[in-house]
Structure formats: C-alpha cells, structure tokens
Design a protein around this ligand. Structure first.
Ligand SMILES: *[C@@H]1O[C@H](CO)[C@@H](O)[C@H](O)[C@H]1NC(C)=O
Length: 301
C-alpha cells in the first residue's frame, strides 16, 4: 500500500537545448531525457522522494482533434487521462497539477480532501461560468447529446478546470474512466462537439459529479486575457495555488522582458537557468527542465 502523498505533475523535457548534444537514452523505460530529468530534479530538491513515469505520446495521438489553440493539441495535455495506467496499481489517489501552476501552500491540505463514495474527481468548480459555451451547437441540438448527457448527475453540471484535480485512482480504474473520456474524443473526430482540447471530454464525463474543492486551490487565468494579452490579477479570497492558465505564460513573458506583476512570483521557482544567468544558482546550468518545451514525462513525488 502506497500511503504517502502522491502529487503528479507533468514535466516537459527539452528534447535538445540550444547547441546541446543529443539527450541520453534513459535506463528505465528508454524514454529520452529521463535520466537528465532525474538528476535535475534531484539536484534541485535533494530530500525529495520521487519517481518518473514516462508518458508515450502515441497512446493518444490518434485520438486528438484540432482545437482552437495549437498548444491544446499537444499529447501531454492528455496525459492526465492516463494517470491510473501510468502509476503503479497500489497508488490509490493522486493530485494532478498542470505545469503552469505554483503551489504556495502545503499540498497536503489538498490531499486531505474528502471524496464521498460517489466521487472520482475533486476540483474547484465555477458554477457562474456559462457551461453551454464549452460545447458546440451541434452538441446541444442533438437529441442524443446535449442536456441528456448530464441528466441524472448528482448536481447541475458546472465548469471546472482540469489543471488541478484530486483523483481517486481506484474508482477511476474500476469505472474505466479513461475509456469513457476516449469515447468522447472519438465522437469529436466524427462530429465537432467542442472547440477546446483536453478539457471538454473531462467536463462531459465529470461535470455534475465533481466534488467541489475551495477555490483557493486554483487561482486560474493568470496567463491573462487570451485575446487582448492583458495581465490578470488574483481573484478575491485566499490563495493556495496560482495557475497561469490561458495563452500567456510567465516564463515567456519573463524571457521577453515584459512580465505581468504576478510573473515575478514564478521567477523565483523557475528551475531553468539560461546561459549566463546567475540569479538562481541551485541547479546545474543547462538543466533538462524547462516549462516551455516538449512533453515527455509524468512525474510523481
Ligand atoms: C451562454 O452561452 C450560450 C452559447 O454561447 C449562449 O447562447 C447563451 O446566451 C449564454 N448564456 C448566458 C446567460 O450568457
């Protein structure tokens, strides 16, 4: 029994930095860059116990449909569907966190979320958001789809953000939720029922069944306005986790020399050290860690 805290993050690996030699093949699993990631994480967090579980993009590529934003089509966005398969069977629960979040509180508090018997996923819900707009007219007008999909749920369906989720992996496996999500992705390939990437299938399966978590655990939208590119402040209330969801990312804005005020919080925790940057010295330079690069591995500790 794995009783400890299991936080699963998705970490992107640089598949060859600027002028870098080809990445070594990792011993375990053979995924490129695993050993480089392992040594970079170990150097940054010497007392951390962690494991790396490579995610194979080809598990999902055939299921991905075009979306409104190319970044949403990256296979690693879908890795969260496969956690129950990637992690050992003895892991009963996981916290999934997107790579553009910063926990500013002890995630153990999130870990202690109580999941009632009927719930598989717990996450902050946003019931004031217009749920209809996450799906197309084709979806809402189809008598087999639309409201019928959400009939009989525990509660009215609400939007939730899939960047922060507590997942009961045992219930997930028993209920074969990966397959349920994939079935919606297969339908999307036949008729366009939504416009975004990995989020709508989760809403289709879980909206109205999610166990609500305090909003402090997902202060989202810090990526700014997708159209105007403007900065966004924190929402009202306490903050345990900051989430740079949206098109703008703090590492890009920092690199471009045009950070939003809150991006400075990110900078202190960024493990990537550019050539000649000596402002944070905890990691060997030219580390394999970069938050902006190619997907490769799921990572848990
Ligand atoms: C919600 O969005 C739908 C679809 O875009 C729109 O038709 C509807 O008027 C919106 N409802 C509200 C209350 O804004």
């Amino acid at each position: 029994m794995w009783a400890g805290l299991v936080v699963v993050g998705v970490v992107a690996l640089v598949a060859g930095g600027v002028g870098a030699a080809p990445l070594p093949r990792g011993g375990g699993g053979g995924a490129p860059g695993v050993e480089e990631l392992r040594s970079a994480v170990a150097a940054s967090f010497p007392s951390l116990r962690f494991e790396i579980y490579p995610f194979r993009a080809d598990a999902v590529t055939g299921l991905i449909s075009a979306s409104v934003r190319a970044a949403l089509e990256a296979p690693l966005n879908y890795a969260r569907n496969y956690l129950a398969d990637l992690l050992p069977k003895c892991v009963p629960r996981a916290i999934y966190l997107d790579s553009d979040v910063l926990a500013v509180d002890d995630v153990r508090r999130l870990w202690e979320t109580r999941l009632p018997a009927a719930a598989v996923v717990a996450a902050p819900e946003y019931c004031h958001a217009n749920f209809s707009r996450y799906f197309t007219e084709t979806f809402w007008s189809d008598p087999q789809l639309g409201d019928r999909v959400f009939a009989g749920r525990r509660r009215a369906p609400c939007y939730f953000n899939t960047g922060v989720m507590v997942i009961d992996l045992r219930r997930w496996r028993v209920g074969n939720y990966r397959r349920r999500i994939e079935l919606w992705m297969e339908m999307q390939k036949e008729k366009r029922i939504y416009e975004l990437g990995s989020l709508p299938p989760f809403l289709l399966v879980f909206a109205g069944e999610v166990e609500a978590v305090d909003h402090r655990w997902n202060q989202h939208g810090l990526g700014g306005d997708n159209v105007l590119g403007s900065c966004r402040p924190l929402h009202k209330g306490p903050v345990s986790l900051m989430h740079w969801s949206g098109k703008g990312k703090p590492w890009d804005r920092l690199d471009a020399g045009k950070p939003c005020p809150l991006d400075h919080t990110w900078k202190s925790y960024d493990l990537y050290i550019a050539e000649g940057d000596s402002s944070s010295a905890s990691v060997p330079s030219r580390t394999a860690l970069s938050s902006s690069a190619l997907p490769a591995a799921a990572f848990s500790w």
